[in-house]
Design a protein around this ligand. Structure first.
Ligand code: PXP
Length: 245
């Protein structure tokens, strides 16, 4: 079987565009669960550009499926994670100026920093996954740290076209074999869409896909007709009740 972790960060992005209280990612999580989500994924970024601590706190109380928190190896957010205790933590690299997470975590290059973060999370009883580029050296370094899972970065595959996309897919297939050979759970995500998800979901042993932007984008589109209809109804009702003027 395969799990779908729905990343709801961009519901919060729309809210933060107005610093108001809608749309609420807590509502979105409930609706995602009703739609069959096996997990809810959020990224508490250092700059708090979308998900806020309030969201994490409420989602910890309300999400009935697996709650997966993406976070950087930074002291403040690690402390928050250990207090709130999501079911799973996925360590990701984070740079302030990036639009979204751009590359995998460089575990091989910063073993000590990542090791400390992994130990802290594991001591708090949280399952740890590392977000990695599909490279052998990174996967082996992850296995040495004793994490339970690796999430393969599918951005390279998602952004490539034609023959190059096939090559990127092949990298994912080989990396997936290594992840499984080393006894780690196999996850993947980033840039997956309704058009490109199929070959990734078909990789043997794939246990979890984390998908956000494409689902939130489609939710806006499939909900647009209904949302406009409901606003129009409100306006027409008001017109019917207009006083003489
Ligand atoms: N997995 C990880 C580790 C991520 O950082 C993200 C983006 O926040 C995703 C999955 C989801 O990516 P997308 O929004 O492109 O589906």
């Amino acid at each position: 079987m395969i799990r779908l972790g729905v990343n709801i960060d961009h519901v919060a992005t729309v809210r933060q565009a107005r610093r108001t209280n809608e749309p609420d990612p807590v509502w979105a999580a409930v609706l995602a669960e009703l739609g069959g989500a096996d997990g809810i994924t959020i990224h508490l970024r250092e700059d708090r550009r979308h998900i806020q601590q309030r969201d994490l706190r409420l989602l910890r109380e309300t999400v009935a499926v697996l709650l997966n928190l993406e976070l950087a190896c930074e002291e403040e957010v690690l402390r928050i994670a250990c207090q709130v205790r999501p079911d799973q933590a996925t360590l990701v690299p984070e740079r302030r100026e990036e639009i979204t997470t751009e590359g995998g975590l460089d575990v091989a290059g910063q073993q000590d920093r990542v090791r400390r973060a992994v130990e802290q999370l594991r001591e708090a009883g949280i399952k740890v996954s590392l977000f990695l580029d599909p490279e052998e050296a990174q996967i082996e370094a992850a296995a040495r740290l004793g994490v339970q899972a690796v999430e393969l970065h599918t951005g390279g595959y998602a952004n490539a076209r034609g023959q190059q996309q096939q090559q990127e897919l092949q990298k994912l297939v080989l990396a997936a074999e290594s992840v499984r050979r080393l006894g780690l759970a196999l996850h993947a995500g980033h840039g997956l869409t309704y058009r490109n998800v199929h070959p990734v979901a078909a990789i043997p042993g794939m246990e979890e896909l984390n998908i956000g932007h494409s689902i939130v984008s489609r939710a806006i589109m499939v909900g647009m007709t209904q949302a406009v209809r409901e606003m129009k109804e409100q306006m027409l009702l008001a017109v019917q009740h207009r006083g003489p003027g």
